[in-house]
Each structure stands twice: as C-alpha cells, then as structure tokens.
Design a protein around this ligand. Structure first.
Ligand code: BES
Ligand code: ZN
Length: 458
C-alpha cells in the first residue's frame, strides 16, 4: 500500500465510521412493502456517495421492483474492467426482542459494528465506496475500470435483476464480476468462496374448514390441517437426512474425489463449531462430512411453521388452516424451477385426505461454482494474503447469491467472490455485526486487488 493511501485512510477514519453508520440507519428491508421508500432512500444515498467520490454516470435505475444503483469509472484504457456487485437491501429484523439495541440504530462496540446490514451486505458495499474514494482522492485514478451494480432485492431473490442485466448487457461488458457478499471461514480465517448453493423457496398452505372447530365436538370426524401439514413435512425427508422427493437428486453433480479432498483439507474444528452453536450434535445427510453437507450437498429445511392456537394456556380447537415456508438449498446442476415442480407434485401426492393443500413458489436462485484456477481468482488470493497476512482458503459456501449464476450466463463473466465478513456475523439474525478490523483491512485488499488485476497479462 502506498503511504499516501495509508495516510488518507488514517486521516479519514472517523468520517469513515460516520458514513458507515449513516448507511446502516436507513431501514432498507426489501421483503416488506412498508419499507419501500427506505429502500429507495438507501439507493439515493448510495448514488450520492458514488457521485461525491468521483464515480461517473451514476444512476438510480428502475427495475420494476427496487432500483439498481449503477455508476462507473472507465479511464484505464489498457486495464481490465470489473463489474462490482453488492446489495444494499437487508433482511427483516424479527425477532426484534432479541436485539440488544434497535436494528437500525447501529453502534460500535470494540471491534464490531453492530446493526442490520453491518455485514450483509451494506458493510461490504461500504468497503468498496471507501476504497474507491481513497484511490481517487490520492492518485486521481483507479488501476482498472469499474462498473458498480448495487442491487436492492437480493434478500428477496433478485426478482427483477436478470431482466435488468439483459437490458443492460452492452453497458455491462467487462472482464469479470466481483461480488463482495460472502465471508471468511471459521476462526475468521481469510477465504475466497468458490461455490454457492442455489435455492428453491416454497410455501405450503393447508386449509380445512372456514373457521376453527371445537376439537371435542369435531375431533375424530375431520382432518386437522396442522396434523396434515406435519405429515407432509415428515414425508419430505428421511431419518438418514435424504430428501424423499422422487427425482430430487437426479441433477446433483456428485462430489468428486478432488472436491471431497478440498473439503477435508480445510482447517475445521467440528467440535468447536458444535459447541459454539450450543448444540448436542450436528446432523445431516448420511455419508457426508459437515462441510460437505453445508457447501456441496442439497438440503430441505422448514423456515417457518404456523397455524392454530399459539397463545398461553390451552385452547381446544381444530385449526382452520396451517402453513409452512420451506426452502431447499441446491447444488450444481439442480434447477430451482424443476425442483419446485418435483416438490409440488410430491406434496400434493402425499397430502392426506380431507383438506385442501396448495403449494406456491416464493423464489429461487441457481447454484454456481466459480473458477478456482482463474487468474482473477488467484489475484484475489494474492491481494488477501498481502493485506491480511495469511493465504486464504478456498471454500464452497451454503448460502445463495442468485446473481452469481446470472453474471456467468447472462453476461458471460467469470465471477470472483471477494467477501470479508467474519463467520460469527449473525447475518439474518438479531445483533448482526461486522468486524471493523476486517472492514478496515478489506479496504486495503480491494485497492490491492485492483492493482493485481491491472498487472495481469492481457
Ligand atoms: N450474503 C448472503 C449469501 C451468503 C450467505 C453467502 C452465507 C455466503 C455465506 C446473501 O445476502 C443471502 O443471504 N442470500 C439469500 C438469498 C435468497 C434470499 C435468495 C440466502 O442465501 O438466503
Ligand atoms: Zn448478502
């Protein structure tokens, strides 16, 4: 790192925390319609930031849903061009009572920035803003060309993004895409993610009578929607952790010996992982290790389950209806649309009689593997090692970033997943946090990465 850059970063340390806090104060929850104005406010805030640091052609672009923020800096004629992606929307805050302070009143404690979006993903967008600012302020230029694409719907399945990418193909020509929306490995070990799972998200609604019934008067005569839903859910997965939906595994690319060796080589303390989670045991599909089950195998999980009486004490009813939200994490080469059809057919087939069952698709995203041997991936590893002082491990992650596959298929770009959050960031949960040490060093990593990319043979 140049002295000038270090000096600039040191001189602006307080401003940097202030702008991070400012960004986090905007409640940009994409999934809940009542926050739509705040999502737009976050987009406008970002656009203002990009303009103020010298990024050009900044635009809050309409998508039919929440806007995409675009901006570019294209004055490095002989250097490569990277599309830099992040998402400025965040997850809902429930259960609110488990937050130490309000989710959108962020604060710093020790090494942590605490608040919704501090890690996923506003904190990582902020890293890019401040890295770009520092480079432009100190050198008047960037080592490579950058096209920023900041999305506002990632946490609700990026519904409108593919169409926007299609419509903006010309404008988005580049050599690679860099996504900063992943994190480090266990023990906060620097990592480059090289695989993400896809997702298929459904809702199952089971309906009986128009209103709840007296369970004494009617119990024994009618189907109970909650029992029926429990039967359906129980049919989906066996005690061996295998998903019982016919055809579910048909398109799963088996883990190769190389894949399995890579999982086995990671410095993973399974016992510490278990005790940190406070669990009596780790469970999953038979025949696979914990890391394989998390990063390389598909899953089926109930995300939410409701129906009937949930208050204190006893109320004797047969509920009128019961509901479940269920998601499957998918691996190459599973397709969310195909999995949805298989799930739907199986659920309707195993549904017990005497009730109405409906299945709806709530969202999906394709799985992806990024090229581990690509020069741009190796360059990212060098930038991480140069700034964090440790060579990163390469990991396949269990989470999903739908745009990753879209960058590959729609724009034809190789993707580098360059993310910096610590593994205990509580993403999607109460008290989400980001390590400020990671955030600070990552600003240097991003700057170093652009230089590494500029130095690659063209
Ligand atoms: N940042 C995550 C993706 C992620 C999670 C990457 C864990 C690596 C490790 C992203 O914002 C996210 O949560 N995505 C959703 C996508 C879904 C709503 C389509 C997810 O994975 O649940
Ligand atoms: Zn994210």
């Amino acid at each position: 790192m140049t002295d000038a850059l270090e000096r600039y970063l040191a001189d602006n340390a307080d401003r940097r925390i202030a702008s991070y806090l400012e960004f986090l104060r905007i409640p940009s929850i994409s999934a809940q319609p009542q926050y739509a104005a705040s999502v737009r406010e976050a987009a406008e805030w970002l656009a203002g930031q990009l303009r103020s640091i010298g990024v050009e052609h900044v635009e809050v672009a309409e998508t039919g849903g929440h806007p995409v923020v675009y901006g570019d800096w294209l004055h490095a004629p002989d250097a490569p061009t990277a599309v830099v992606y992040g998402h400025y929307d965040v997850q809902p805050v429930d259960p609110i009572e488990l937050w130490e302070t309000a989710p959108f009143e962020p604060f710093v404690r020790g090494d942590r920035m605490i608040g919704r979006g501090s890690a996923d993903d506003k904190g990582q967008i902020h890293i890019h803003l401040r890295a770009t600012e520092a480079l432009l302020a100190t050198t008047g230029a960037l080592p490579i060309n950058l096209k920023f694409v900041f999305e506002g719907e990632e946490e609700s399945s990026s519904v409108h993004l593919d169409a926007w990418l299609e419509a903006n193909k010309e404008r988005l020509t580049a050599d690679l895409a860099v996504i900063s929306d992943t994190g480090f490995f266990e023990g906060n070990r620097p990592a480059v993610t090289v695989g993400l799972r896809g997702i298929c998200y459904i809702q199952v609604d089971v309906t009986g009578t128009a209103v709840d019934l007296h369970s004494g008067q009617f119990g024994g005569a009618v189907q109970n929607p909650a029992n029926a839903l429990a039967q359906i859910i129980a049919a989906l997965k066996g005690p061996d952790g295998r998903i019982r939906v016919p055809g579910f595994y048909d398109d799963v690319a088996a883990l190769t010996e190389t894949d399995r060796a890579a999982f086995a080589a990671l410095p993973f303390d399974e016992e510490a992982y278990r005790t940190d989670l406070g669990l009596p045991a780790l469970v999953g599909e038979a025949g696979y290790s914990t890391l394989e089950r998390r990063g390389g195998r598909p899953t089926l999980d109930v995300n939410g389950l409701w129906g009937g009486f949930e208050g204190d004490g006893a109320k004797t009813i047969i509920p009128a209806h019961a509901h479940a939200k269920i998601s499957c994490r998918l691996v190459p080469d599973q397709d969310p649309g195909t999995i949805y059809e298989l799930l739907r057919a199986f659920i309707l087939e195993v549904a017990p009689p005497g009730c109405t069952v409906s299945v709806q698709f709530l969202g999906g995203g394709r799985p992806s593997l990024t090229p581990i041997d690509h020069p741009a991936t190796r360059a990212a590893a060098r930038a991480i090692e140069a700034t964090f002082g440790v060579a990163p491990v390469y990991i396949r992650e269990g989470g999903s970033i739908p745009v990753c596959a879209s960058f590959e298929t729609i724009l034809g770009l190789p993707v580098v997943l360059l993310g910096f959050t610590p593994p205990d960031d509580n993403a999607h949960a109460p008290n989400e946090s980001m390590s400020l040490a990671n955030h600070e060093t990552a600003i240097r990593t991003v700057a170093a990465y652009w230089s590494e990319l500029a130095a690659l043979p063209r």
